[in-house]
Each structure stands twice: as structure tokens, then as C-alpha cells.
Design a protein around this ligand. Sequence first.
Ligand code: ADP
Ligand code: MG
Length: 236
Amino acid sequence: PAEGRPVLTAHNLLARYDGFTALAGVDLTVHPAQVTAIVGPNGAGKSTLFHCLAGTLRPSSGRIHYGEQDITHLPAHARTRLGIARTFQQLAVFPTLTVAENVQVGAEQGHVQDPAAVERTLRLLGLDGPLRSAPAAALPTGTLRRAELARALAGTPRVLLLDEPAAGLDNAEVMALARVLRALAADGTALLVVEHDLDLVADLADVVHVMAAGRIIASGPPDHVLDTLGAEEPAP
Ligand code: ADP
Ligand code: MG
């Protein structure tokens, strides 16, 4: 149930690497206060779609709108400034900076300049204790993912793009992540989440899109879409 206008819209996105077509015409809308999930096998084009939305890859055709504004040709840093934050499947924190310094960088690059954002974000993700002063390079995966999420959140984005946020997390960490993401959506943030953990998707998502071979092949509420998937490829 999508209420109101989408905050992010992709129209007929095509993307190529050399001759290879990684996105073959993707339409997508992302709404405030909703979790939109993208699932699909490796190589489906999920990360490529994220790169196009975030501005790190130029689509070969198609348009991207942020509200009414056409952002198809805006560079990544300008989209971050407008309120589109992202995390990376391959984590991208600054290894020599501390957790708090990484979050500070995120705050400075972000949409809203809020002096309280760094502390608020560190607290939200449980990074306000001794971890705040730890160099990012020394952290285990779960903590690194939290630090990267904190960096993305510190600029108070309106849209948050998360590429496999649960990868490498243990069960307790996945549950903590789900709590944070639910709270963000409840506050009005639009979340677009690529995720392999279908239990997490079922738990969080308002809408699920299934990608395969560069296209969205099915869309709907998780109970409907994930049941269809389960029928095709039984869980291990
Ligand atoms: P997903 O995130 O769904 O696993 P990707 O978007 O990473 O898929 O990749 C989609 C397809 O594009 C894959 O076949 C992948 O091998 C190819 N691809 C991704 N990145 C590159 C690249 N930098 N150069 C060439 N091919 C790429
Ligand atoms: Mg990927």
C-alpha cells in the first residue's frame, strides 16, 4: 500500500558493462515510510540498479527522478546532498578513521547539516561506547556494517539504499538491524534494500521486487511474492 508520491522513481533503466546488458529496462518506485526490497540471484543486476540510483554508474538510457527532479545526470555526491544515502555490498568505510570520524564524514556529506546527528546516529547503532574510538580497519564485519549504516544515516537521508545489509551478520545482529530499519521507516525514511536473507525481507518489506537477468520479473507484498519464489526454488 504505497501512500503519497514516490520519493525516487526509475523509468526504463538500461545499463551495460562493455557489451553486456546488466539492466534491461527497470521501472521502480520507492515511497517514503516504506521498505522496498529487491531479491534475486547473483548476477541479476541488483547492485547495478543501486549504482545507477546512487549515481556511481551512468545508465545507458532511462531516467531517474527524485521527487519531481530529474537526477539522471547528477553525480553521486550531489545525490547524497539531496538526501539519497547508500551503503555498499563491499563495505566502504575509511579504514584509518575511527568509527566516530567515519560517521562525521557521513554527516558532512549529507542532506541535513545537524550538529547532533553524529551522536544520535552513534547511539542508534550502539556505537557510542568504546567502539566510537576504534579504527574502522580493526572491526569485525557486523560492527563494520553498523558503522557504514551510521555513516549513511548521519546525513539524515530521505532515501536509504542498502546493498545486502545483513551479509555476514549473526542472528542477533540481524534482529538488531531489523529493529533499526523498522524505526527508520516508521520515521518516514524510504528504504530500498537488496537482501538475500528472505526471512528478513518477509519481516521488513512492504513491497518486494524479484530481479532476474536485468529485469524485474515479479512484484508484490512479501507473503505473495516470496511464496511464489519458494515454490520455484525450495529452501535448502
Ligand atoms: P547482483 O548484485 O544482482 O548480484 P550485479 O549488478 O552485481 O548483480 O551484476 C549484474 C551483472 O553485471 C553480472 O552478470 C555481473 O557479472 C555483471 N557486472 C557487474 N559489474 C560489472 C563490471 N564492473 N564489469 C563488467 N560486468 C559487470
Ligand atoms: Mg550485488
